[in-house]
Design a protein around this ligand. Structure first.
Ligand code: 1GP
Length: 245
């Protein structure tokens, strides 16, 4: 019997939380404990990736996460150099909001043969960067401009374009450590317009943020920095949205 796809099993956890593990910010020695901790709090899956990737141990990093959990481990690559055979799936991202062809299609083309060789489940994702009040790593590294916070209709058009391309998720990204998360009115308008699930991440640090973003229509929120900064705060957020916390 064929195993259920990661995509289908993830979608059963909507609304849910995806934990972002950045190999540049988490020491290999801490992974097992951290993975067990986030899983106990009821996350839907773990994303592994980095805008830059300074660490030379990406493969080992992903393998260690995978060994520590039964939850889906999904690559969230900042480029074609972040492909590992140890993951269950890969978010095949296209940075739709940008006009830098490298991140729209170039990096993806470089990665395909490794993805095929490793037999990773490919989940295509329309990635949309939204202005967040500060200059984020993803903005710098991708050399693209984010969509202005005050222009939700531009974001809606990009999200719909992603859906019409056949993408499986739209991911609204304020950037890791963003001053402000993606505005709720933008999330609401996009949710109304599209019929594929919506992921929202960047700068979510409080229960209030998390609840409002889910109420506005996010099917998944992504939490990264807060897991590293305060486990207590992460627990509170998980509790507030129905996890055990
Ligand atoms: C970044 O959306 C994620 O891609 C997570 O952001 O680190 O701000 O939680 P934070």
């Amino acid at each position: 019997m064929k195993r259920e796809s990661i995509y289908n099993s993830l979608n059963k956890s909507k609304p849910g939380v995806l934990a972002l593990f950045d190999p540049d910010r988490i020491q290999i020695d801490n992974i097992k404990k951290l993975t067990e901790f986030v899983c106990e709090q009821g996350i839907a899956g773990i994303l592994a990736g980095s805008s830059l990737l300074v660490s030379p141990h990406f493969d080992k990093f992903v393998a260690t996460v995978k060994k520590s959990t039964d939850k889906p481990v999904i690559l969230f690559p900042g480029g074609s150099h972040q492909v590992s055979a140890h993951a269950d799936a890969i978010f095949f991202l296209s940075l739709l909001s940008g006009r830098n062809s490298e991140f729209l299609i170039g990096e993806q083309v470089k990665a395909v043969f490794l993805i095929k060789e490793y037999d990773l489940e490919v989940i295509s994702v329309g990635y949309i960067l939204v202005e967040s009040g500060n200059y984020t790593a993803v903005e710098y590294m991708s050399n693209t401009k984010p969509i202005p916070r005050s222009k939700p209709e531009i974001a809606v058009a990009h999200a719909l374009a992603g859906e019409y391309f056949g993408m499986k998720y739209i991911y609204l990204e304020a950037g890791s450590g963003a001053d402000k998360p993606v505005p709720e009115n933008m999330i609401k308008k996009i949710k109304k317009a599209i019929s594929i699930p919506l992921i929202v991440g960047g700068g979510i640090r409080t229960e209030k943020h998390a609840q409002r973003i889910i109420e506005a229509g996010a099917d998944f929120i992504v939490l990264g920095s807060i897991i590293e900064k305060s486990k207590e705060q992460f627990k509170k957020i998980m509790r507030s949205i129905g996890g055990p916390g």
